[in-house]
Design a protein around this ligand. Sequence first.
Ligand code: ATP
Ligand code: MG
Length: 774
Amino acid sequence: MSTFLDELNEAQRAPVLHKDGPLMVIAGAGSGKTRVLTYRIAHLMEQGVDSFNILALTFTNKAAREMKKRIADIVGNSEAKNLWMGTFHSVFAKLLRFDGDKLGFPSNFTIYDTQDSQRLIASIIREMGLDKDVYKYKQIQNRISSYKNSLITVKAYFNNPELVEADAMAKRPRTGEIYQEYVDRCFKAGAMDFDDLLLRTNELLNRFPEVLMKYQERFKYILVDEYQDTNHSQYLIVKALSDRYQNICVVGDDAQSIYSFRGANISNILNFQRDYNDVGVYRLEQNYRSTKNIVNAANSIISKNKNQLEKVVWTANEAGAAIKIHRSITDAEEGRFVAGSIFENKMQRQLPNGNFAVLYRTNSQSRAIEDALRKRDIPYRIYGGLSFYQRKEIKDVLSYLRLVVNPKDEEALKRVINFPARGIGQTTVDRLVVAANHYGRSIFEVMENLDKIDLKINAGTKNRLHDFVTMIKSFQIMNEGADAFVLAEHVAKKTGILLEFKKDGTPEGIARMENIEELLNGIKDFVEGQKELADATGDIGEFLEDVALATDLDKETGDEDRVALMTIHLAKGLEFPYVYIVGMEEDLFPSAMSMNTRSELEEERRLFYVALTRAEKEAYLTYTQNRYRWGKLIDAEPSRFLEEIDEQYVENLTPIENTYRYKSLIDTDIFGEVDKSRLRQTKPKNTNPPSIRKPNESQLRKLRKLKPQLAQPIGNGNTVDPNLAEGSLVNHTRFGRGKVLKIEGIGNDKKAEIKFEKGEVKKLLLRFAKLEVL
Ligand code: ATP
Ligand code: MG
């Protein structure tokens, strides 16, 4: 009888079948760690473990959803539904909704995003009368965040002379006070920031043994993916919860630890065997994701790191194409190369956009790529960066909704108390804040009791504040019966936000209105989806939680077919047939900020390993000789990582014509004398001809005007019959017979739209299409 266990190799089956007790799977990229985790859950359930007793922690909620789907295929949907699966943040937010009251938090607590935290810290700095150039709110927020992730509470901070002194030395002696005030204000607002979700969970489990016991009993089986990137706070939670039954399964790859800058601690994986008794350790060696060339190239890179566990990774997949390296002169040209190459691969092989990913070290690199993709009409989607839910108009609507659920929410209140404008000025808000601090109450509570306290606020303003309170309360009454969509639509109208943007009439205002519509559509979908779940109601509280905890990868809008653009950090765990890694230059990748110590450089190298191992079929590495950074044009040097790849797996793509281009540039006197013999070198090393001077601004302008160069054809260029016309009947080697509907484009870009007899309509690039005119 064939079972799902047959979809595993022997090495993978062992950890899946491992009986109770701790186990860890350490293995290289693409070897099936995530698959093992998924199948182990299904197997446990088949063996009779109650799905309520299983907890799985993943890197994104999307990964959790996909796993759940796979498990549902195996064991059935009704059982799979009960699994607790998701990111640390979303799982423990849920836990805190149940038991956070023991710490004094309401079950409807708000989750502050980074922007909310920063705004609150900025206003505390202002209220304390501190110099905002010395006390930079982003920096302070960062410090507070790292204290929390190391479990350094305010009290622990003040008890630690080293920390206090370090802040004093940095001329920010009042950092501790800001921290204290920030924590108090969040508490009063009934709000937790992202770090609190872990910190408070730890606090809860530490201080309340009966709560700890309840969850130890509940989560008899705990599984963690990407264990190499857990931070101290996460580590402690997992340790506490698994302490009783020790049924803990972690999978990870030390070579892919890339979040130490956020407090991830690689030693969590290295110490696992010390932390638990009788740990089953499993290794997987066979990679199923990538071609031999990619696997071997990745191995050759990671072997340069001194600090790593010995690992073998091999694959039975085909050798595949060499890894292609491309050099360009400007970042705009780099973008054009990438777009051109995606276009050709797509056309030649008839691939969907979703087969392609462009990965970069920093978000700012996306712009040049976006420009080029747009020019080619290739749809793309950027992951990360400013998300939909952080747009101004969306946050405005969400802030009203947050107030409905939790009127104490200070940041939401400050955001919308005077938007749309209703004559409540900053001075009034400042006075409310002072009063709230004085009485130890929330701003909203002060507003509810204006008659009882003596505030220097005139009668007209008092009336307006009163109206605002009444409006929010009316929404709260509505919320008791309505689902999230009905409420949100009502709020968008009633508050006047929709009208405000409509009145505006500018294209920007219209776009904002459309975004709000999009938000409402999203809420509607959400409500529909929740109806299918056993323990959900579809109310606004659930929606807000979903939004607050969606990771950058989760914000999928529909299932349109798009090229994916994202930072390498975000690409962890994912796979794409074709991967372009751009900006392979010194100081960019490896980043200039991460070259001070060996361990920083090794983390950059691991990041490169992660990037390359996302590719299934082909990988392209591109770099440019000139790049705009911080508004200045700089000379860029090829990344050292390019030289570190064993050269037998690499092919230098930089077309010979580029050499001629240098020549033609020389003719137009853009560069000085060139040693032409150097120009023919194709290795990335020495690609900067030594006597080329850096172009000045006007030369660059000329350069940019140069026609974009078409990338080299990838396949054997195929001549097309000149008789081809609209209406022609044709035969295609793969798709069979068909009729030409339309011909468009000229020269190399000439395409034909063909309806094939099998029913498909395809657009083929004639340069490649193997067509025969009948
Ligand atoms: P990463 O380190 O990047 O997170 P991973 O070790 O988690 O990788 P998976 O994502 O689980 O690896 O697997 C990589 C790919 O190989 C997936 O597409 C998976 O479906 C496939 N795969 C894994 N094991 C097998 C197998 N035994 N047979 C067929 N395909 C497999
Ligand atoms: Mg994985």
